[in-house]
Each structure stands twice: as structure tokens, then as C-alpha cells.
Design a protein. Structure first.
Ligand code: NAD
Length: 363
């Protein structure tokens, strides 16, 4: 199968491409605009593989998309390209509307025209997989608001959409477009909604890498609000294997929620990272005995969702997918990866990409 992956130079897209090239016989065409979040150095491990090719292009550019579909004749699309950082969506929503909504529309129209002219066999096999987030569902009751011992609800594939931020509402819009193109035009689509990812090659503005790198530099670790926000963390390589399972075996027209059954309060995530760093870093930054001493609490983000948690039973029962990593094993791997891969993140920091003043509580 030839898979066209959009956003393949990003955090999750690069994990998906490494997974496909290393674990399957499929080939990949990576389409990426290389925004601040795109980094081809996340793909050095597979960049010379004959089953991999890169095209720098903007998914909003209809002419470029038509040309790429005609040139490579893909069997499937995995659409990950997006503006993905919640804080950036609050200060500058325009790029989110442009890429996440208009870009998805352009890609759907390009795919529809291309799919319509395929012969019957290829037409039947074609699939358009849209990769989305659990943030489209809004937030869930927090244990603080519930009676002791109450069963806390989870997001299922049937949960009504109720996005809170410009980011999540632009992703919700794109999900609606994908469903409409399936229902109205019969385009064979699949949608996945996943919880927060973490792992190697994560851009340093996001919570987990930001905590690791700020701690190593002896900088404050400012936590939004009281740090009680709960996220359901999934190791990025588990997400990549789930996405491949869905694109290759998922039932057309279906939605699958993907999660790691790893609900953690942000403050506990930060403390866990500090404890691992205490163990593995010999020389602490000046003035501290333990990394936790760097934690500081700052004013909360507007509209900050309090709890996300995924019910991933459908993908488990229908496709047999389960995550391999627990939060404890995955977070340790992640910390060790950042310690061993300074070249990758130092080059990003040197370009002053990361805003190290804030910790991010969403994606
Ligand atoms: P990312 O920001 O790391 O990567 C996005 C990639 O898309 C970058 O390589 C960027 O250059 C590219 N891109 C942006 N605009 C583009 C455009 N107009 N044309 C072509 N390429 C463009 O994001 P990520 O964390 O890897 O997320 C990938 C997808 O997964 C997104 O759709 C996101 O909504 C979804 N998702 C992310 C998470 C998470 O925790 N990170 C969780 C669930 C779902």
C-alpha cells in the first residue's frame, strides 16, 4: 500500500512514518509545509529508505495537492497536518482556521476527485484516515466535583462534541467535514480521536518536553492553576501502531477513540519527571537538591479543560489494539531519550522556538 501522510515531519506524523517504514512493507509520501513544528531531523532514521519520499507542500494549496495525488497515486491518506498547540490557538487562531479547517477541506476535495477516477478495485480499497483529538469532546467531570466512589465518565465515540479552545473547535470542524464527505459523497473515511501523546521528538513547547528541558536548565517549572487538570497520556509509538491498525484494518465510516488508560494530574506528571531526573541526572543545576524545588504555580489558561479521559474499548474489541507502554515505562523512556538526544532539541531551542515561560496543560 502507498500511504500519503500529511504532517509527517511533526511529532506524531514522524512516529507514524518511522513505524510504517520499520514495521511494514508499505511506502510513504510525506507532505509537510515545515512550519515551526515540522522537523525533518525526526526522520533521519528512515529518510534514505527507498519506500519513503518527502514533498514540501501546504495542504491548503489545492493545485499542489492535485499534483501530488496525480504523481504518487496513493492507496490511502493519513491526515495529520494541523496547527496543534492550544496556547498558540488562543493568541493567534487564524492559522488554525486556515490549516485545520480549510486545509482539511482542500484535502477532502482533492481526495474525492482523485478517488472518483480510480478503477473499481482501487476505489473500493481506498481510504481517507483523519487523525483528530479527544479535545473535540470538551472536558469531563473532575473527581473533585464528584461524590466519593462515583464512577467517572469517559469519552466514547458517541460523546457529543463540545470543544473549548480555538484549536479543539477547528479540529471539531474538520471532523464534521470528514463525516460530511463520507455521508454526502461516499468518500471512504475513518476518524480517530486520541488523548494526549508524549514521547521522543516532541516539540519543546509541550508540557512533558518543556518540563524535562526546563528542569535540566535549572529554570522554573511553572504549572497552570493548581495543576489538578487531568490528561489521559498515550506513548506516541503506541498511537502510531493504533493509527496503522485503523488505516489498514478499520471499518470504513467508523470512528475509533484511542487512549492509554493513563489518567494523570498535570502536577503528578511534573513530579514524576522530577523524580526520574533526580535518579538519572548526576549533577543537579546550581541551588537545588531535588528537581521538584523548581515547580512554581502560575495563573491558569483561559478556558482550560479540567479532565480528559478516553474509553478505548472499541478499538481494543474490534481491532485488537492495546497500548504496550504504561505511563511509568513510557515516561522513563521519554526522559532518557531527551537526555540522550540533546542535538535534536538543542537545535530547536537555539532557534528560540520554545516559549519556556509557560507549561502547557493541553496537547
Ligand atoms: P505537530 O504540531 O507536532 O505537527 C504538525 C505537522 O503538520 C508539522 O510537521 C507541520 O509542519 C505540519 N503542518 C502544519 N500546517 C501545515 C500545512 N498547512 N500544510 C502541510 N503541513 C502542515 O502536531 P502533532 O502533535 O504531531 O499532531 C498531529 C495530529 O494529531 C494533529 O492533527 C493533532 O490535532 C492530532 N493529535 C495530536 C495529539 C497530541 O497529543 N499531540 C493528540 C491527539 C491528536
Amino acid at each position: 500500500m502507498k500511504i500519503l501522510v500529511t504532517g509527517g515531519a511533526g511529532f506524531i506524523g514522524s512516529a507514524v512514518i518511522r513505524y510504517i517504514i520499520n514495521n511494514t512493507k508499505d511506502s510513504v509520501v510525506n507532505i509537510d509545509k515545515l512550519t515551526y513544528a515540522g522537523n525533518l531531523e525526526s526522520l533521519t532514521e528512515i529518510e534514505n529508505n527507498e519506500r519513503y519520499v518527502f514533498e514540501r507542500a501546504d495542504i491548503c494549496d489545492s493545485e499542489a495537492m492535485v499534483g501530488i495525488f496525480a504523481k504518487y497515486q496513493p492507496d490511502a491518506v493519513m491526515h495529520l497536518a494541523a496547527e496543534s498547540h492550544v496556547d498558540r490557538s488562543i493568541t493567534g487562531p487564524a492559522a488554525f482556521i486556515e490549516t485545520n479547517i480549510i486545509g482539511t477541506y482542500v484535502l477532502l476535495e482533492t481526495a474525492r476527485t482523485y478517488w472518483n477516477q480510480l478503477d473499481e478495485t482501487r476505489k473500493k480499497a481506498f481510504r481517507f484516515h483523519h487523525i483528530s483529538t479527544d479535545e473535540v469532546y470538551g472536558d469531563l467531570p473532575h473527581p473533585d466535583e464528584c461524590a466519593e466512589g462515583a464512577v467517572l465518565p469517559l469519552f466514547t465515540e458517541k460523546t457529543a462534541y463540545s470543544p473549548s479552545s480555538p484549536y479543539s473547535s477547528s479540529k471539531a470542524s474538520s471532523d464534521h467535514l470528514v463525516r460530511a464527505w463520507s455521508r454526502t459523497y461516499g468518500l471512504p473515511t475513518l476518524i480517530t480521536n486520541c488523548s494526549n501523546n508524549y514521547g521522543p521528538y516532541h516539540f519543546p513547547e509541550k508540557l512533558i518536553p518543556l518540563v524535562i528541558l526546563s528542569a535540566l536548565a535549572g529554570k522554573p517549572l511553572p504549572v497552570y492553576g493548581n495543576g489538578e487538570q487531568i490528561r489521559d497520556w498515550l506513548f506516541v509509538e503506541d498511537h502510531a501502531s493504533a493509527l496503522y491498525k485503523v488505516v489498514s484494518e478499520g471499518k470504513i465510516g467508523e470512528t475509533y477513540n484511542i487512549g492509554g488508560h493513563n489518567e494523570r494530574r498535570n502536577i503528578d506528571v511534573v513530579k514524576t519527571i522530577c523524580k526520574i531526573l533526580d535518579e538519572v541526572v548526576n549533577e543537579k543545576p546550581a541551588g537545588i537538591r531535588q528537581f521538584e524545588e523548581l515547580i512554581t504555580y502560575v495563573t491558569d489558561r483561559p478556558g482550560h479543560d479540567r479532565r480528559y479521559a478516553i474509553d478505548a474499548s472499541k478499538i481494543q474489541e474490534d481491532l485488537g489494539w492495546v497500548p504496550e507502554e504504561t505511563f511509568e515505562s513510557g515516561i522513563r523512556k521519554t526522559v532518557v531519550w531527551y537526555l540522550n538526544n540533546q542535538r535534536w532539541w538543542q537545535r530547536i531551542l537555539d532557534k528560540s522556538y520554545a516559549d519556556t515561560n509557560r507549561l502547557e496543560g493541553g496537547e
